[in-house]
Design a protein around this ligand. Structure first.
Ligand SMILES: CCCCCCCC(=O)SCCNC(=O)CCNC(=O)[C@H](O)C(C)(C)COP(=O)(O)OP(=O)(O)OC[C@H]1O[C@@H](n2cnc3c(N)ncnc32)[C@H](O)[C@@H]1OP(=O)(O)O
Length: 195
């Protein structure tokens, strides 16, 4: 697909970007990717969540790619009978973030653009694909595609994003202390990161 004329310059792959490989400890192509957290809106099995299901995809160039699936529920409507557009962007955020996590972690979304190509009827299934196109230092450039009802179905949306590698201090400084403590982080570690 040709790049949209409105794509931000900051999302264009720089000439000096290199294609990053999957981390040696990341799952291999064909393997499922389990939820990265028990409470994640994107991938955990929570009633209100997107409940995306993932597997590592084969990338012909040897890069990192994922495939994901999402069933569109009645409680996700925007216009009557159609998926709320913001939920496609949320799905892309999760899917593009998951492919970045095959290369390096933790990373966060710095910029994400979605192009909406076709309406997405409730009851259908989205098949999403994402690939890390390149990396320059902390910056990872990622693209994604969403198709309707089959892995080779019609394209309903595309996305481009920039993710940035961050240190654990990003979460130690910004997340709610009670959520960090539930993961085993001590109050002392939180205090030290914030002092
Ligand atoms: C497996 C896990 C799946 C999870 C999927 C879900 C992922 C998410 O939703 S993460 C949550 C949403 N994202 C966030 O909350 C991030 C909030 N933002 C931040 O914390 C900060 O702005 C952050 C970390 C992105 C950047 O801050 P910082 O680390 O100080 O970077 P900074 O020094 O400003 O910029 C570094 C480079 O990135 C560029 N950059 C930073 N932000 C942007 C942006 N929004 N657009 C374009 N470029 C940017 C800068 O221009 C700079 O470029 P250069 O090195 O060429 O000068």
């Amino acid at each position: 697909m040709a790049a949209s004329p409105t794509t931000s310059p900051s999302l264009e792959l720089p000439a000096d970007a290199t294609l990053p490989e999957r981390h040696p400890e990341a799952p291999a192509p064909g393997e499922p990717i389990p939820p990265h957290s028990a409470v994640c809106f994107g991938c955990a099995d929570v009633p209100h969540g997107l409940r995306l299901e993932f597997r590592v995809a084969e990338d012909p160039a040897g890069g990192a790619a994922v495939a994901a699936r999402m069933v569109l529920r009645p409680d996700q409507q925007g216009a009557p009978g159609l998926l709320h557009g913001g939920l496609l962007t949320a799905a892309f955020d999760e899917v593009l973030g998951s492919v970045v996590a095959l290369v390096t972690r933790p990373c966060v979304t710095a910029r994400l653009e979605t192009d909406f190509r076709r309406p997405m009827p409730i009851g259908s299934t989205l098949w999403l694909h994402a690939r890390v196109d390149g990396r320059v230092g902390r910056k990872l450039y990622v693209t994604g595609t969403a198709r309707l009802d089959a892995e080779d179905g019609p394209v309903v949306g595309t996305a481009k994003a920039l993710f940035l590698k961050v240190g654990m201090e990003h979460f130690l400084r910004n997340s709610r202390p009670e959520d960090l403590e539930a993961l085993g982080v001590s109050a002392e570690q939180i205090r030290a990161a914030r002092s």
